[in-house]
Design a protein around this ligand. Structure first.
Ligand code: PMP
Length: 352
């Protein structure tokens, strides 16, 4: 069968969809939605006109998201997961021969979306302790006829943050739009968004999949100048967010204060898990501003196999370039984290 040239070389996004007893491999919220949010979603779904196409403009949710940041609905786009918006940005600003620059290691889909958009993926190596070198990112952007720079902050899978001054340096000097992927924003609390007043080339992308616990619904949003949102709007398909997901996201957003205790607990558990794991022999825990920890282990393969044998699923990056020996563990419930600590203690001390 003849396919589009290059398609056979395109890597696919792979996950190990094992049946885990404790699932800590995808940075999801570990518990069901808060009960009032669940009830509000069900109520909205009950009132939905399934025979009608969804609200194409999605104005109501866009207005609410905009108002929170002193913006207007024109500054907001909603997507089928932030994934769709990241891909749409690559389609909008990439294209044949144009570069898409991003620090690396980072979210694995950036390179795939760049190539899907016929663009050249230009990863720029992270430095010591996974730091972003603004000058190196800008130099790559100047060299490679760059259409878009993507900064992931905090970064997946390292958990590290890019200092605000580094982000501003890139945004201020970039020859192109700069998207800051803030998928884990709620666990960090700092955003690049205030820079939007000063820099019209800034784009912020966030998701309902992590702190809002709506991974199943697939909803994300983008904040940018009206010029950028109308350009990106051209590459999105009509009705690209279904009415069920939109209803769920709007109900969750209306009740967003309900998520604050869960977020606080993840942050506290992140610290506890980091403290406990860093006591274990042969394990280094990197600082994290997200809902996961990256750990480096002398014996990473044995550890991930040992955890899998206990029914605990994590993400093994130990064979990935730039992440030798690294494992990513999502912060779970206190009980799940206890199980991880216990299993890792047994494995690293020669047990399991
Ligand atoms: N950006 C980053 C940094 C992520 O880690 C993820 C999910 N793992 C996404 C974007 C995509 O999330 P979603 O499509 O669920 O919004």
């Amino acid at each position: 069968m003849e396919v589009r040239p290059g398609l056979e070389r395109l890597p696919s996004y792979t996950i190990d969809d094992g049946e885990w007893v404790i699932k800590l491999d995808a940075n999801e919220r570990p518990t069901p939605l808060p009960a009032p949010v669940q009830a509000a979603i069900m109520e909205r779904l009950a009132g939905l006109s399934f025979n009608r196409y969804p609200d194409m403009a999605m104005r109501s949710l866009r207005q609410k998201i905009a108002a929170e940041s002193g913006l207007t609905a024109e500054n907001v786009l909603i997507g089928n997961g932030s994934s769709e918006l990241l891909a749409a940005l690559c389609y909008t600003f990439g294209g044949a021969g144009r570069g898409i620059v991003y620090p690396w290691p980072s979210f694995s889909m950036y390179g795939i979306y760049a190539k899907l958009a016929d663009s050249v993926a230009v990863p720029v190596a992270l430095g010591e302790d996974f730091g972003v070198d603004a000058a190196a990112v800008l130099a790559a952007a100047e060299r490679d006829c760059t259409g878009l720079i993507i900064l992931c902050n905090p970064n997946n899978p390292t958990g590290t943050v890019i200092p605000p001054a580094v982000i501003e340096k890139v945004v201020a000097a970039a020859p192109c739009p700069v998207v800051v992927d803030e998928a884990y924003y709620e666990f960090y609390g700092q955003s690049a968004l205030p820079l939007l007043k000063q820099y019209a080339n800034l784009i912020v992308v966030r998701t309902f999949s992590k702190a809002y616990g709506l991974a199943a619904a697939r909803v994300g949003y983008l904040l940018a100048s009206g010029e950028i949102t109308s350009l990106v709007g051209r590459v999105l398909l009509p009705y690209h967010v279904n009415a069920l997901s939109l209803a769920a996201a709007e109900a969750a957003y209306d009740l967003r204060q309900e998520f604050a205790p869960g977020i606080r607990q993840i942050i506290a558990e992140r610290q506890r898990l980091a403290d406990e794991l860093s006591r274990l022999p042969g394990i280094t825990v990197y600082p994290s501003a997200t809902n996961f920890l990256l750990v480096k282990a002398v014996d990473a393969k044995r550890i991930s196999a040992g955890l899998a044998a206990c029914g605990i699923g994590i993400r093994d990056f130990s064979a990935a370039p730039g992440l030798a020996g690294c494992l990513r563990i999502t912060v779970g419930t206190p009980e799940e984290n206890d199980a991880v600590i216990e299993a890792l203690a047994a494995i690293t001390q020669g047990g399991a």
